[in-house]
Design a protein around this ligand. Structure first.
Ligand code: GLU
Length: 310
């Protein structure tokens, strides 16, 4: 089986240094294994996702030499595949309709009880939930080690489709990873706790389980995850500087200082020098206070200045 990895950003703003870690980490793992690297556009949330943002993210990636193999898959086009997976779970008696609201579940720490609290909603809408079995579900993360959750006690019956019709990330990611033949998931450790849910869905749907490697997430000095919408820790304007920052954060010290005139040659060195054992085995990393390149600090993929520089 050909190693197939992916990077799956939500198009809710420009990529920041934290997103670049996941992009570069997944690219290095894929290329070091002689495998393929795909891009997926996680635009399920049509309220927050902006089509222009997906284009800008691809431009940002291309400027530093991260070009996917093939056209990106867009989650917003995948409703039929998610509906088929939900129908399969329903037919097996594993999914049920639920009219409970968030406030109904608030007193129970958000955990859904065995039977719904609310029989129906006034507008007739309902969500779909998965019937979660008892027991621990664990996996061996290639960086973080063993990680297990008692899904029934700690997560409860989780939502597959919301009452407003939006597909849940957990279902979409499992269906899409399988459809794209993803064999290895490399992403931020903020998703570590989602992984047992995804493995459970893979098992119930009869889909293969990829390997997992969760990279540390960049946080600010207060310990909060950087968010695209806050514009924090922008990617250094110069592609080579951007790569050097990301390589240093990934523990690739020799690659981070390798001589290079452009992003393509630095990426080649990074691949030749890639050392998985040097990846930081942490869930979080504090973002550098300031980007190492001089002003302008932010990468604007659409400005003429940055275009002519590339
Ligand atoms: N779209 C998700 C995010 O931006 C990542 C999905 C994944 O890697 O599984 O956080």
């Amino acid at each position: 089986m050909v190693y197939t990895g992916r990077f799956a950003p939500s198009p809710t703003g420009d990529l920041h240094l934290g997103s670049l870690l996941a992009a570069l980490g997944s690219w290095l793992e894929a290329r070091a294994a002689g495998g393929r690297w795909l891009l997926r556009i996680d635009d399920l949330d049509t309220q927050r996702a902006a089509p222009a943002s997906a284009d800008r993210q691809q431009t940002q990636l291309a400027r530093i030499g991260l070009v996917p193999d093939g056209r990106p898959l867009r989650q917003s086009t995948r409703g039929a595949a998610y509906a088929a997976a939900l129908a399969q779970l329903e037919a097996a008696g594993l999914a049920y309709r639920c009219a409970c609201s968030r406030s109904d579940l608030a007193a129970r720490n958000g955990l859904h009880p065995e039977r719904c609290i609310r029989p129906a909603r006034e507008d007739g809408a309902f969500a779909w939930r998965l019937r979660v079995p008892k027991g621990l579900l664990g996996f061996d993360d290639h960086l973080q080690g063993r990680f297990a959750l008692d899904l029934q006690r700690e997560v409860g019956d989780f939502v597959l489709r919301r009452a407003d019709g939006m597909w849940a990330y957990q279902l979409a990611v499992v269906v899409d990873d399988a459809a794209s033949g993803i064999t290895a998931v490399v992403r931020g450790a903020d998703l570590l706790e989602s992984t047992p849910r995804q493995i459970l869905l893979q098992r119930l749907l009869g889909l293969p389980t990829p390997t997992y490697l969760h990279l540390p997430v960049l946080v600010d000095a207060a310990g909060c995850k950087l968010s695209k919408s806050q514009g924090a820790a922008a990617i250094p304007a110069h592609p080579v500087e951007a790569l050097r920052s990301a390589l240093a954060l990934l523990g690739q010290r020799r690659a981070a200082v390798a001589p290079a005139s452009d992003a393509a040659s630095l990426l080649r060195s990074a691949l030749a020098l890639y050392d998985r054992s040097a990846l930081p085995r942490k869930r979080t990393l504090v973002a550098p206070q300031s980007a190492p390149s001089p002003a302008p600090r932010t990468l604007d993929p659409l400005s003429t200045a940055t275009r002519s520089a590339s």
